[in-house]
Design a protein around this ligand. Structure first.
Ligand SMILES: Cc1cc2nc3c(=O)[nH]c(=O)nc-3n(C[C@H](O)[C@H](O)[C@H](O)COP(=O)(O)O)c2cc1C
Length: 305
């Protein structure tokens, strides 16, 4: 238990969608692994290529489009089917977190119902749920345009967060980067009201698809999500602001206030340390893990301790 508290690095959503993606040894190093994101229905995602990494700027560009097998299939095939492997991972001190990505009104409610239906089979595997309210690169089914980033619309966010109230385990809301102060305040208020005990601060930012030397697009769609080092300063500033808002929050009677999990821009122990000093309990990495995998995490964790 103490070891889990000391651990400061988590694997962000998007990189690990099945137990087959988990390398031996990762569970001994990280605070948590986020599986998913999973949508209500299975999703094919965008066509390849969907990922490009620019080593000069340490920026990743992705248009994976939430490719996944859907929450129900994941619960039945993975969590129940590979139960022993998940329990082994937990025995190593790693929390299991599921990222849910509701794409339309009602999806989160349905997903919570699926969790409740199977909860007796999975309650000892799943530690936390993370609701992804900030994905900038999935498509609008009707006209193929990008969705607006949900987390910047506090009315939409409120409706979404209300749908998650019956979730049977601790839950987090994952919010967009570069969110205004007023919006962050509202997110804290909504988290307290609807029982979200963690805020995951930061996702990719919307970007144009990078082009190669011959002006050909590097990935298959014109717009995508950018992660990696360019996000660091903004992401740290947002963690700091959120932490300040939460620290000054007074409720009468006292209520549990959310902790902050940082996400965005980490490419070294120094970046992770900045997030921790800004008030993050745990720091998630996505691009760094996509590029350096298990060995990278081993280095990062060693430098942080
Ligand atoms: C290949 C890839 C796929 C991603 N897929 C998801 C996803 O399914 N759900 C999600 O919430 N975030 C997803 N993200 C965003 C990351 O979880 C993270 O919020 C973002 O990349 C910023 O962190 P970073 O600077 O460490 O990359 C994805 C990122 C990458 C690089």
């Amino acid at each position: 238990m103490e070891d889990t508290i000391r651990r400061k690095i988590g694997i962000a959503a998007g990189l690990i969608k099945t137990m087959r993606h988990v390398p031996n040894g990762l569970g001994e190093l990280v605070h948590h692994i986020t599986f998913g994101s999973f949508t209500f229905e299975p999703r094919e995602g965008n066509k390849e290529p969907t990922y490009y990494f620019d080593s000069k700027s340490f920026a990743s560009y992705n248009a994976v489009g939430l490719k996944n097998i859907g929450l129900l299939t994941f619960i039945v095939e993975e969590l129940i089917g590979r139960r022993d492997e998940f329990l082994r991972l937990k025995a190593q001190g790693c929390k299991i977190r599921l990222s849910l990505a509701p794409l339309k009104t009602g999806d989160l409610k349905e997903m919570v119902q699926i969790l409740l239906k199977y909860w007796l089979n999975i309650y000892d595997i799943v530690d936390e749920i993370e609701v992804n309210a900030a994905c900038p690169n999935h498509r609008d089914e009707k006209d193929g345009r990008l969705h607006d980033v949900l987390a910047k619309d506090t009315v939409a966010l409120k409706l979404l967060m209300m749908e998650g109230v019956d979730c049977p385990c601790p839950k987090a809301i994952k919010i967009a980067p570069n969110t205004t102060f007023e919006c962050l305040e509202e997110i804290v208020r909504l988290s307290i009201t609807y029982g979200y005990t963690m805020i995951v601060s930061g996702n990719t930012v919307l970007s144009d698809t990078p082009i190669d030397a011959n002006e050909r697009p590097r990935i298959s769609v014109p717009k995508c999500g950018m992660g990696g080092a360019p996000l660091l300063d903004g992401a740290v500033a947002q963690v700091s602001t959120l932490h300040r808002i939460i620290d000054n929050w007074i409720t009468d009677p006292p209520r549990v206030t959310p902790t902050v999990i940082a996400c965005g821009g980490v490419k070294s122990a120094n970046g992770a340390q900045k997030h921790i000093e800004a008030g993050a309990e745990v720091v998630q990495v996505a691009t760094y893990y996509a590029e350096f995998r298990l060995n990278g995490i081993r280095d990062l964790v060693a430098e942080l301790t």
